[in-house]
Design a binder for this molecule. Structure first.
Ligand code: 1CP
Length: 347
C-alpha cells in the first residue's frame, strides 16, 4: 500500500500525515513559462490540440512546485467542439460557441461515435504525460459534467446565472434532457479513452451545479455523475473518480455515496469544519482554500492553509483550492501554500 502514489492512497480512503496537494488550473496564465508556451502555440485552442506543447504546460507546474498530481491540459469545451459545435475564444472575454436552442440545432450535432476524430490529440497528450511524469506524480484526466457543458452549449458563452440553460429546461424539457443524455454518453466515451491512454484518476467538473435546485440537482447534477461513474467503474475497475459539484452546499452531503465517486471536491463556500463533519465522514475530500489567497498571500494565506489541513486531518484529504487559480496570482504565494501544507513548522 505504502509504495502507492499519495493521491491514490488518499482516494482509497487512507488518512495521511501530510495531505497530497495539487491545484485547479495549476497550468495557467499566472506562470510566465505557461504564457511563453501559449504564445509559441499561437492561441489557447491551438495549445490544447498540440499534444507536445499541452504536455509541456502540464509538466511546468510539476517541475516548478513538485505537486503530487498533474492534471491534463485541455478544456471542458473541447467535447462540444468534438460534437460539432463551433468554438472560439474572445480575448479578455472568454469562450464563444454556436448555440443549441432548437431541435434543429441539436440534430446538427455529430454522433458521439465520431468525437475521437477531434479528441485524438488529447489522448496523445495523456500518453506523452504518462511516459514523462515523475513516478510519484498521479495523472488526472477530466471532463466537464453534462449540466455545466450544456450551460455553455445552450447560451453560447459563460453566463453568471445559467439563465439560458434554465430557460430551455423550462420551455423544452425533452430537448434539454436529450442534450444532457448525449453529453453523458459522450463524456463516458471521452473519459474512458483518457483512462485507456494513461489517466490514473478522472475528475468531473460541474462548475455550475450550484444553480440547480431540489429535484433538478438530483436529475441533472447527481444522476449524470452517477451514470458516468458507474459505467467507468464497470469498464475500468480501480480508477478513482473525483466529483466537483461546485457550490452544491447541502448537496455535497451524501454526493459521493449516491454517485459512487471516490472523492468530492469542495469549493470554498463551505467551511472545512462543516465539510469534515458532513462530507468527509463518507470518504476522501479535496479542497478548499479560497483562490484569492494566491493573489493576496501574507500570513492569512498560511493561517488559512494550516486551518484547512487541521480541519481535515482526521480523514482522507487532498489539499487543493476551492476553484481555479486566477491569472493575477503570485507564483511565490503558491510555494508558500505548499510549504505551509508540507512543512508546517517552517512556513
Ligand atoms: O487564456 C488562456 O490561456 C485560457 C485560460 C484557460 C485555461 C488555462 C481556459 C479557458 N481553460 C484552461 C484550462 C483548463 N480548463 C483546465 C486545465 C487543467 C488545469 O490546469 O486545471 C481545466 C481543468 C479547465 C476546466 C474548465 N474550463 C472549467 C471547469 C473548471 C472551472 O474553472 O470551473 C470551465 C468552466 C472551463 C471553461 C473555460 N475555459 C476557459 C475559460 C476562461 C473558461 C471559463 C469561462 C467562463 O467564464 O464561464
Amino acid at each position: 500500500m505504502s509504495d502507492q502514489k499519495t493521491i491514490l492512497r488518499a482516494l482509497a480512503g487512507e488518512t495521511l500525515p501530510t495531505p497530497p496537494i495539487w491545484m485547479m488550473r495549476q497550468a495557467g496564465r499566472y506562470l510566465p513559462e505557461y504564457r511563453a508556451t501559449r504564445a509559441q502555440a499561437g492561441d489557447f485552442l491551438s495549445l490544447c490540440y498540440n499534444s507536445e506543447l499541452a504536455a509541456e504546460v502540464t509538466l511546468q507546474p510539476i517541475r516548478r512546485y513538485g505537486f503530487d498530481a498533474a492534471i491534463l491540459f485541455a478544456d471542458i469545451l473541447l467535447l462540444p467542439q468534438a460534437l460539432g459545435a463551433d468554438l472560439w475564444f474572445v480575448t479578455g472575454e472568454g469562450p464563444r460557441l454556436s448555440t443549441i436552442t432548437t431541435q434543429g440545432d441539436f440534430d446538427k450535432l455529430t454522433s458521439i461515435d465520431d468525437i475521437d476524430e477531434t479528441l485524438n490529440p488529447i489522448y496523445e497528450t495523456v500518453r506523452i504525460l504518462s511516459r514523462e511524469l515523475p513516478s510519484e506524480t498521479t495523472l488526472i484526466g477530466f471532463a466537464g459534467a453534462p449540466w455545466t457543458v450544456a450551460t455553455y452549449m445552450i447560451a453560447g458563452k459563460g453566463t453568471k446565472d445559467q439563465g439560458p440553460a434554465h430557460a430551455l429546461k423550462a420551455e423544452n424539457r425533452p430537448l434539454f434532457e436529450a442534450l444532457i443524455d448525449k453529453l453523458t454518453d459522450a463524456t463516458i466515451l471521452y473519459l474512458s479513452k483518457q483512462i485507456e491512454a494513461g489517466a490514473e484518476v478522472v475528475k468531473i467538473f460541474d462548475s455550475w451545479a450550484g444553480s440547480l435546485e431540489g429535484a433538478d440537482f438530483i436529475k441533472y447534477a447527481l444522476e449524470p455523475a452517477m451514470k458516468i461513474t458507474q459505467v467507468l467503474k464497470h469498464k475500468h475497475p480501480g480508477v478513482p473518480v473525483i466529483a466537483f459539484p461546485r457550490e452544491a452546499g447541502e448537496g455535497y452531503i451524501g454526493f459521493a455515496k449516491a454517485t459512487g465517486a471516490d472523492c468530492v471536491a469542495l469549493d470554498n463556500s463551505v467551511s472545512a469544519e462543516w465539510a469534515a463533519q458532513n462530507v468527509q465522514k463518507d470518504g476522501c475530500v479535496q479542497g478548499n482554500l479560497a483562490s484569492s489567497h494566491m493573489v493576496t498571500g501574507g500570513q492569512a494565506l498560511v493561517d488559512e492553509t494550516r486551518a484547512i489541513v487541521k480541519a481535515f486531518s482526521g480523514g482522507p484529504h487532498i489539499f487543493n483550492l476551492g476553484h481555479g487559480i486566477t491569472p493575477d496570482a503570485d507564483p511565490d504565494n503558491v510555494q508558500r501554500m505548499i510549504d505551509a501544507v508540507r512543512e508546517p513548522a517552517l512556513a
